[in-house]
Design a protein around this ligand. Structure first.
Ligand code: BLA
Length: 297
């Protein structure tokens, strides 16, 4: 079947989550996260939409959470992420897919805790050995074209940013990439040794908080969530579930991290991007060197 066939067969993204949890349990012990109780049964305004939310923690993992949403014959969403405890500087696992019968918008990455264009040591530590992943998928899941420029600093040199036609074959490739990327993340997690230096731990915590702050404010899924469950429940979901930690890991506010979004009256500019979209082609070379020319639209 092609052209949206995969939308009819139950919740395929639930299978991605099933795989990820099984693989995680092979290596560590998952404990339900406190946020799970509140968000397990989200009832959207519209009966034909189904939400599934799960969250856990584990010895090195502060938060592992997934959200899938399905509206029959309309769209499907996968949002899966894993955040380590601040004692580790592990990348953040990030899998986001928005699928309609026509196309799928995908971001799959080990989002760096530290911007890899600035922190070369961080780039070498985590990405040098896994660059072949890019080769493996760059033809099947090609660069998706111009993107919100601000997003780039949260992406790694191995990011898969793609938009593809929703066919069975493409979803098969996506599942394979998802599994590869997640296994790599678990492997890195296994290898990491606990940091004892309080200054470095505080730095890791702040970087994670900055990431959470960005996504809790500017995530492209937010407008749709508001439509599905209303503004205040969407805000709860974003702050207490998807990006849990945004209210507790740090005290800085969005504008402290991203002052370029400040309006004259001190409020946050509602635009997602201040710079515009850019990066028509993949802005990293095969070695993970940034070669982007931010030609703004
Ligand atoms: C579109 N989602 C996008 C786009 C990106 C992402 C890059 C393309 C538009 C753009 O350039 O901004 C995803 N952007 C990310 C991710 C990061 C980032 C993961 O900066 C991480 C740092 N997407 C979801 C969820 C929904 C969703 C949960 O993850 C819905 C509930 C929807 N994403 C969604 C929709 C679009 C989209 C509807 C297309 C519309 C649009 O561009 O606003």
């Amino acid at each position: 079947m092609s052209g949206g066939g995969s939308l009819g067969v139950g919740l395929p993204y639930q299978k991605f989550i099933g795989f990820a949890l099984e693989e995680t349990r092979r290596r560590t012990t998952l404990t339900p996260h406190p946020s799970q109780e509140k968000f397990k049964f989200i009832k959207p305004n519209d009966d034909s939409t189904i939400f599934n939310a799960l969250s856990f923690s584990a010895p090195k993992i502060r938060l592992l959470r997934s959200l899938t949403i399905e509206k029959k014959n309309s769209f499907q969403v996968l949002d899966f992420a894993a955040f380590s405890e601040p004692e580790y500087d592990l990348p953040i696992f990030c899998a986001n897919v928005f699928t309609t019968p026509a196309q799928s918008i995908v971001v799959l990455d080990l989002n760096p805790l530290y911007d890899t264009t600035v922190h070369k040591d961080y780039k070498d530590k985590y990405y040098r050995n896994i660059m072949p992943l890019v080769q493996k998928y760059s033809e099947l899941l090609p660069w998706g074209g111009k993107i919100t420029s601000e997003s780039l600093r949260f992406f790694s040199p191995i990011v898969i940013w793609t938009i593809f036609e929703s066919t069975e074959h493409n979803h098969h490739v996506l599942r394979s990439a998802f599994m590869d990327y997640y296994k790599v993340w678990l492997e890195l997690m296994d290898q990491e040794i606990k940091e004892n230096n309080k200054v470095l731990i505080a730095r890791n915590r702040e970087e994670q908080h900055k990431y959470l702050t960005w996504r809790a404010e500017k995530d492209p899924g937010y407008p749709l969530l508001k439509k599905l469950i209303g503004e205040s429940r969407a805000e709860d979901l974003v702050k207490e579930f998807l990006f849990e930690g945004v209210c507790s890991l740090g005290t800085k506010a969005f504008l402290d991290y991203f002052p370029e979004y400040a309006r004259d009256d001190g409020s946050i500019n509602k635009k997602r991007s201040m710079i515009g979209k850019s990066f028509e082609t993949r802005p990293w070379d095969a070695h993970g060197e940034f070669i982007g020319n931010a030609e703004v639209q």
